[in-house]
Design a protein around this ligand. Sequence first.
Ligand code: C2O
Length: 344
Amino acid sequence: AKPALPDFKDCIDATQPNGTPINCCPPAVANIPDYVPSATTIRTRMAAQSFTVDSDYYNKYSSAIQKMRNLSLTDPRNFTQQANVHCAYCDGGYTQKGYPNLLYEIHNSWMFFPWHRWYLYFFEKICQNLIDDDTFTLPFWNWDAPEGMQIPPIFNSGVQSPLYNCLRNPAHLPPTVVNLDWSNDDVTVPPNVQIKYNLATMYKQMITQSKTPADFFGSPYRAGDETPEINTAGQIEQTPHNHVHSWTGTIVDPDNPIDMGALYSAARDPIFYAHHANIDRLWTIKLNQLKGTNFTDPDWLNAYFIFYNEEAKPVRVRIQDCLDPTKLGYTYEDVPIPWIDVST
Ligand code: C2O
């Protein structure tokens, strides 16, 4: 078999949950060189809840996002363009290379973890570049520990903040405790009980239910396979990943949730990148603390994606080159992992 690949030349309208088409295509390009990272310095991505809105860190991050928002809409580093990268790769913006009748999709399969790792890598590089500070790192939304189980303060400091988004569920703003297994209901339990439930959810999804690479990462997705659906997603992608999305977003129209609540719009909310940094961190925990393993299947290792880098140039990157975060130049702050010895 061969890897499933996106046909980057063939970007078409994506489709919103209610069926309305939306154009998320990046600017067209001719030559796309391969890119292999070779970081020499390792920076630490920190837990978002450790920063206040009067910290230097908040100033840096909000200024990076404001600069992205200020770029011309035709610049692939523009904030909306960056959000559209996610939209195009997940709502039918590309067909599968060699299979013009199949839509390419990076969710619901083994593409999920590595695609988002690369996406954050370039997003972080763009932030570093715009504020001219290569020590800058993205924060992670540490929703798997009690200290991080609500929307972090830096993302909730008012409408004028570049890190704010008004399309979040008003019932879920701080101090509401996140429900990692939220299912569009309003059943609430006291915060201390919700925290216990969340820790049990983490233990179940990371340990009990994730015995094999396919359980954890999602099922294989190869050339010619049908567009993957939710049932082939890995355990973490389904819960807490999908549930934190829908818990955060708004439901103005139940058929067409917006911003964090739907894939086409999720990356318009700056908290998206912190949510995914935590997902990415869970991958490192699975390998290190939990002694899990990556796939060794060449169809996974050789699969590639195309992104625009910090110079607004397109590059082709492979899964095999993102497996070691230190080669990408980052690691995660070593915060407590309270679910790791919670038994269910
Ligand atoms: Cu690409 Cu959190 O989704």
